[in-house]
Ligand binder design. Structure first.
Ligand code: MD3
Ligand code: FE
Length: 203
């Protein structure tokens, strides 16, 4: 199904469900090369969410700031390439959401374990803010917090489950958003975790 959740944001329930096994196998292949790790923010806090990337560039944070970098600082190698399956899924979803010819060059892979959260933030490290972000949820369900253009705007809550895909474009691209602490549970394919893929065009 296709549901407009805001100006430029479209929720595609179950869009990734038919390729769940292939997506999970691809995540395992990526993390065999570039492991999940908990990064440190410029303010010196360790993030509770563990992250890795695939594609030409990956999002990283360290004591010097946030950026997209072609090299994984942990493996000291380029990030694993973006599987065609990922690229095609992101492109098909973006098209369905009204953004034809989306060509992501980066995919951030987030791993949430029970109790982990992502506090309200904006994504603005990408140079081309006219391109959408496409997100794919796998594993345990999460409560996504969708705020406004000011951090103080009260967020709306959306439950995102395994297989859901959201295309975030237009004015929502710069909205504050986050993820509430993950509730414990057991997912049939992924166990006690949620994996989120976010596809981005960084330049
Ligand atoms: C709305 N990830 O990696 S994905 C992130 O579930 C991030 O892991 C969350 O926020 C997660 O930066 C949310 C959905 C998402 C991603 C980017 C957005 C929603 C967005 C940018 C603008 C507005
Ligand atoms: Fe974000």
């Amino acid at each position: 199904s296709r549901e407009d959740i805001a100006d430029g944001a479209v929720l595609l329930r179950g869009f990734a469900g038919t390729i769940e096994h292939e997506l999970i196998a691809a995540v395992r292949a990526i993390t065999a090369q570039s492991s999940f790790r908990q990064m440190t923010t410029p303010g010196g806090y360790q993030m509770s969410v563990a992250m890795t990337n695939c594609g030409e560039r990956g999002w990283i944070t360290d004591h010097t700031g946030y950026r997209y970098d072609p090299i994984d600082p942990l493996s000291e190698q380029p990030w694993p390439s973006m599987p065609p399956l990922f690229r095609d899924l992101a492109r098909r979803a973006a098209e369905e959401g009204g953004f034809p010819s989306f060509a992501p060059d980066a995919c951030l892979v987030n791993r949430y374990e029970p109790g982990t959260r992502l506090s309200l933030h904006q994504d603005k490290d990408e140079l081309d803010l006219s391109a959408p972000i496409v997100s794919v949820s796998l594993g345990l369900p999460a409560t996504f917090l969708f705020g406004g253009m000011a951090r103080s705007d009260k967020p709306r809550r959306f439950r995102l489950v395994h297989g859901d895909v959201v295309v975030w474009g237009g004015v929502t691209r710069l909205a504050y958003h986050g993820v509430a602490p993950l509730a414990d549970g057991e997912h049939a394919l992924l166990g006690r975790q949620r994996i989120n893929l976010t596809f981005r065009k960084t330049r």
